[in-house]
Design a protein around this ligand. Structure first.
Ligand SMILES: N[C@@H](CCC(=O)N[C@@H](CS)C(=O)NCC(=O)O)C(=O)O
Length: 187
């Protein structure tokens, strides 16, 4: 099984966590989606996964596929699934602003990008109000929130200084060696 992506992407990180925890045979194929001429995915995004003839183009089916192939479960609880989706909304908005700013857009002077910023702050507050997992008991909603919060700090796209539960979640996730091993490179 081959996972295509970058070591800085939070979506790829979550897939790598699931794969490293699965015991399955897999390899990572590093891909810079912004410079690759023919990346091999219609989304023009990473991650994507190939397993024989199966091709998956989004981190959610990838994590679900890996968990189930390894005999594990992927978010059976609807409230946890909603939290997972909120973390995706946070990431999508923050990555969108990151890429728009990098492409030269003044994100302060545009009505939609200001709405994206507001969305980030509201979702952070909502995620901060959720109960915390016990150490060693993270589910895929917890991992998704943790990789999102960590990516926001890594790229300095949002602050969690006023969100103590999110800070604590990162501490709990930081006790997991695979979460630590998949952290984005600092150089
Ligand atoms: N819904 C997708 C989002 C993936 C995504 O946004 N990936 C980013 C990297 S973190 C990307 O490839 N962005 C390139 C672009 O938007 O052009 C997933 O969950 O896999």
């Amino acid at each position: 099984m081959r996972l295509f992506g970058s070591f800085t992407s939070p979506y790829v990180r979550h897939c790598r966590i699931a794969l490293m925890q699965s015991g399955l045979d897999w390899e990572m194929v590093e891909l810079d989606i912004h410079t690759s001429k023919d990346p091999g995915t219609p989304t023009l995004r990473v991650p994507f996964l190939e397993d024989g003839t199966l091709k998956l183009t989004d981190s959610t089916p990838i994590v679900k596929y890996v968990r189930e192939k390894a005999g594990q479960v992927f978010i059976p609880d609807v409230r946890a699934l909603d939290r997972y989706c909120l973390a995706n909304t946070l990431l999508d908005a923050a990555i969108n602003l990151f890429l728009l700013e990098r492409s030269g857009l003044d994100i302060e002077s545009n009505v939609y990008t200001r709405r994206q910023q507001q969305r980030i702050e509201l979702v952070l507050s909502e995620l901060d109000s959720a109960p915390l997992p016990a150490a060693g008991q993270l589910n895929d909603a917890d991992y998704r929130v943790a990789v999102a919060a960590a990516w926001g700090q890594f790229r300095k796209r949002f602050s969690i200084a006023s969100h103590p539960n999110l800070q604590r979640l990162l501490e709990i996730a930081g006790e997991n060696s695979i979460f630590v091993a998949t952290a984005p490179p600092t150089v």
